[in-house]
Design a binder for this molecule. Structure first.
Ligand code: AMP
Ligand code: MG
Length: 345
């Protein structure tokens, strides 16, 4: 098997690069979820992403690059904090919002004066990006508002022939979208919780995050109350309330699923168990596949047990709230009252 390197990409990667250069759409795996990529310098190619997804045009996209040094090609200012976080977490599931260079197409930034940047870790994403040599704008490879794809079959299910090339890199290791941190205002602001936790960010910075530097009052652009949603209605529950909620919905004639790591004993047999692993990283990895399973089983209601909103649980709870159409309303982790959290998908 030929190895994909910048010097000698595999035929599949070389073909995907040609497709990007010709203005095509390439779906590719990252460690978070599958992305729908286009040449970020080509506004017409980027417009095709929005058309394929049915996504509103003012929602900004994340620009993916192979290595941290390339952020200079996109960002007008790169504060020391950005290099510090890049050093600690790239390649990996962290997105940085920086002030953009003027030539970055508005189609990518939604007309904002900032740009979102990430260096993904997945080897196939790395191979694609290093062979392409420039930025690839990519949102998740799903129809707008729907659950993000965590394997190639999900991409096919969502977008079918709207995708010109689909690189299959197996199931995603992380399974939920990247953590987004805004550094464009001279301070750090967490816009979207993800696999890189608030505690890890504070650790990397070697200091608690400063409350006064992060006071978001606005929603992150492109964030929506309802997002990451299956067709079934999602109801949030605690371990204590899940059983009663399941019984109530079954009594109303609904097809009910229970999304939890452990089903309470004595549940009626008619409930569909959408079982998640015990560990929070296992839950992140499988969450979207279980929500898709709910649709495949034609469930009308999913009762989801919320994890404790700390560490990775914060990101899981955020995605579950969005799946329930409740938007982002995650609580700050108890150990970082300093960290202020704003909306962000
Ligand atoms: P996704 O929706 O997973 O494609 O991730 C893109 C998200 O990143 C957007 O919906 C925004 O919330 C956020 N984002 C991207 N670019 C920017 C930007 N320039 N400023 C603020 N947030 C951004
Ligand atoms: Mg998305």
């Amino acid at each position: 098997m030929p190895r994909a390197t910048a010097a000698s990409p595999t035929p599949e990667v070389a073909d995907a690069v040609r497709c990007l250069r010709a203005g095509g759409l390439v779906a590719f795996p990252t460690e978070t979820v599958y992305g729908l990529g286009a040449n970020a310098r080509d506004p017409r190619a980027v417009a095709r992403i929005f058309a394929a997804k049915g996504r509103p045009a003012d929602h900004p996209l994340i620009v993916h690059v192979a290595e941290a040094a390339q952020i200079r090609d996109w960002a007008a200012e790169v504060p020391a904090l950005a290099w510090q976080l890049a050093e600690a977490f790239w390649p990996g599931p962290l997105t940085l919002i920086l002030r953009r260079r003027p030539e970055v197409p508005d189609a990518v930034t939604g007309g904002l004066d900032t740009v979102a940047l990430r260096v993904p870790a997945h080897p196939l994403a790395q191979a694609l990006l290093s062979a392409f040599g420039d930025g690839v704008a990519a949102p998740s490879a799903n129809r707008y508002g729907r659950v993000s794809p965590t394997c190639a079959a999900h991409v096919h299910e969502e977008l079918g022939t709207a995708v010109d090339r689909l690189l299959d890199g197996g199931p995603c290791a992380v399974g939920i979208e990247s953590t987004i941190v805004d550094l464009s205002q001279g301070s750090l602001r967490l816009l979207r919780p993800g696999a890189v936790t608030a505690a890890q960010l504070a650790d990397a910075l070697g200091q608690p995050l400063d409350a006064s530097t992060s006071a978001p009052a606005t929603r992150a652009p492109g964030s929506d109350a309802s997002h990451y949603a299956p067709a079934a209605r999602v109801l949030l529950a605690s371990t204590d309330t899940a059983e009663a909620l399941v019984r109530q919905r079954l009594a109303q004639g609904e097809r009910v699923g229970l999304l939890a790591s452990a089903a309470p004993p004595g549940l009626p047999e008619t409930v569909h168990c959408l079982t998640l692993p015990e560990s929070d990283d296992g839950q992140a990895r499988e969450l979207y596949a279980r929500l898709r399973e709910a649709d495949h089983r034609d469930l009308t209601t999913v009762v989801a047990v919320l994890p404790p909103a700390t560490g990775l649980g914060l990101a899981l709870a955020d995605r579950l709230r969005r799946a329930a159409g409740l938007g982002q309303s995650f609580d700050a982790p108890p150990d970082s009252s300093a960290l202020e959290l704003s909306d962000g998908p």
